[in-house]
Design a protein around this ligand. Structure first.
Ligand code: SAH
Ligand code: SF4
Ligand code: F3S
Length: 439
């Protein structure tokens, strides 16, 4: 038998890219590839790129440039670009960087095996279509390889919301949901392979409306179906849009035992003026009332969010409204970004906020978020949580896992193994994790 070829994939951006990279590795597994951790011994290098921030494409070009030496030593090395930069730049990538053999957009990954074969024949391969067929159905994993205790599962892709700052509707295309039966089957397969926690993914996951046995299903209905999967212990989902949080989903947070008390619900800004210009179609007030209802259903839920500071024309007053909102919600986690222009999006044409002003706002917001995060984490000390253990920690004898609230928790000197779900009493709160003892 010939030596397996080696595949090196580098993944940028969101969790959906992480999921896609796994699917691509599996698809190329069928072509005789095994994954390697280093580009140096690879026969194929794939960059799975993200286009969310400015200069993302430039970074990809400079990363590609670094493979020049490798390709000179090894002319058979194939270099590919996947993900959202591939979708946005297309053929331009091959024009600017002749080293590149293959460019594949996120909706065409199921065509990767044919494309790889084409590059082996010495041709270039490009595909940035938005085909009709369900790529994941064609990307089904063949080998029943063992998996870790947690996994992502994409249920919905694309976005029709067109927030004024965002490239996702352009790079991922229109919103599409996968049929429920395929998702359930994939979940069952993951569980058979050792997975105990599944995070359902979608750019607008709570807008899910995939075909079910009696018409379209909501995300809440899908979660209730997954709740019946034996051996699956935990369900999460991300990322949600405030406008798509329906009553059934809110209620599920209070009643569905496998649904974890954690919700990522980006608001982006606390100023109605800014929200309007962002085309978010919700207000700060409607968002706060929504959180109130979610907390009524599940009082201990840990909230997480995304913020953009320095959006075009954002004033000090607008920014103060964001701080006020954050102070009111108190996020357990929150991700904040300085606005960065994305050519082709409406906000790119608007008057920009000075960089220093945006920097200073970002620092202030992050300081507040960190303070809340810390307070919420510290308040866990003395509480009992359930931990799904994932891997050994840094110290010998230590194991780490995640609590239901997604806090990292480590315990020492135990016989727990990856995949064990155990009750832990929290005894310490550190910089980025909690320490505890098994009960
Ligand atoms: N679909 C999700 C996430 C989209 S991208 C949602 O609707 O929230 C993830 C985050 O990146 C966004 O929530 C936003 O905070 C940030 N982001 C997107 N475009 C950006 C831009 N042009 N500049 C800065 N941050 C941006
Ligand atoms: Fe981007 Fe807005 Fe769609 Fe989220 S909802 S992916 S921020 S356009
Ligand atoms: Fe980035 Fe595309 Fe995800 S732009 S955040 S990789 S959807």
């Amino acid at each position: 038998m010939s030596e397996p070829k080696k595949l090196f994939i580098k993944t940028y951006g969101c969790q959906m890219n992480v999921y896609d990279s796994e699917r691509m590795a599996e698809a190329l597994g069928g072509q005789g590839y095994v994954e390697t951790k280093s580009p140096d011994d690879a026969d194929m290098i794939l960059l799975n790129t993200c286009h969310i921030r400015e200069k993302a494409a430039e970074k990809v070009y400079s990363e590609l440039g670094r493979f020049k030496g490798l390709k000179a030593e090894k002319p058979d090395l194939k270099i590919g670009v996947a993900g959202c930069v591939a979708q946005a730049e297309g053929e331009e990538i091959m024009r600017r960087q002749p080293l590149v053999d293959l460019v594949v957009g996120p909706q065409s990954y199921h065509r990767l095996p044919e494309m790889e074969a084409k590059t082996r024949g010495g041709e270039k391969a490009l595909d940035t279509d938005f085909p009709e067929e369900d790529k994941f159905e064609k990307l089904k994993s063949r080998p029943k390889a063992k998996r870790g205790p947690t996994a992502f599962l994409t249920v919905q892709e694309g976005c029709d919301k067109f927030c004024a700052f965002c490239v996702v509707p352009y790079t991922r295309g229109a919103e599409v949901s996968r049929p429920a039966d395929r998702i359930i089957r994939e979940a069952q397969d993951l569980v058979e392979r050792g997975v105990r926690e599944i995070t359902l993914l979608g750019q607008n996951v709570n807008a899910y409306h995939g075909a079910g046995p009696d018409g379209d299903m909501t995300l809440a209905a899908l979660i209730w179906e997954l709740n019946k999967v034996d051996g699956l212990e935990r369900i999460r989902f991300t990322t949600s849009h405030p406008n798509d949080m329906d009553d059934a989903l809110i209620e599920a947070h209070g009643t569905c035992d496998k649904l974890m008390p954690y919700l990522h619900l980006p608001v982006q800004s606390g100023s109605d003026r800014v929200l309007k210009r962002m085309n978010r179609s919700h207000t700060a007030e409607s968002y706060l009332r929504l959180i109130e209802r979610i907390r009524e259903a599940r009082p201990d839920i840990l909230m997480s969010g995304d913020f953009i500071v320095g959006f075009p024309e954002e004033t000090d007053e607008d920014f103060q409204a964001t701080l006020d909102l954050v102070e009111e919600v108190k996020y357990g986690y929150a991700y904040s970004f300085k606005y960065s222009t994305r050519p082709g999006t409406p906000a790119a044409e608007r008057p920009q906020v000075e960089a220093e002003v945006a920097d200073e706002r970002l620092q202030r917001l992050q300081a507040m978020i960190t303070r809340h995060q810390r307070e919420i984490q510290d308040a866990m000390v003395g509480q009992t949580v359930s931990v799904l253990f994932e891997k050994p920690g840094r110290q010998p004898g230590q194991m780490v896992g995640k609590s239901e609230y997604l806090h990292a928790v480590h315990v020492s000197d135990t016989d727990v193994e990856a995949g064990d779900l155990r009750k832990v009493k929290i005894t310490a709160s550190g910089a980025n994790s909690l320490g505890g003892a098994l009960i």
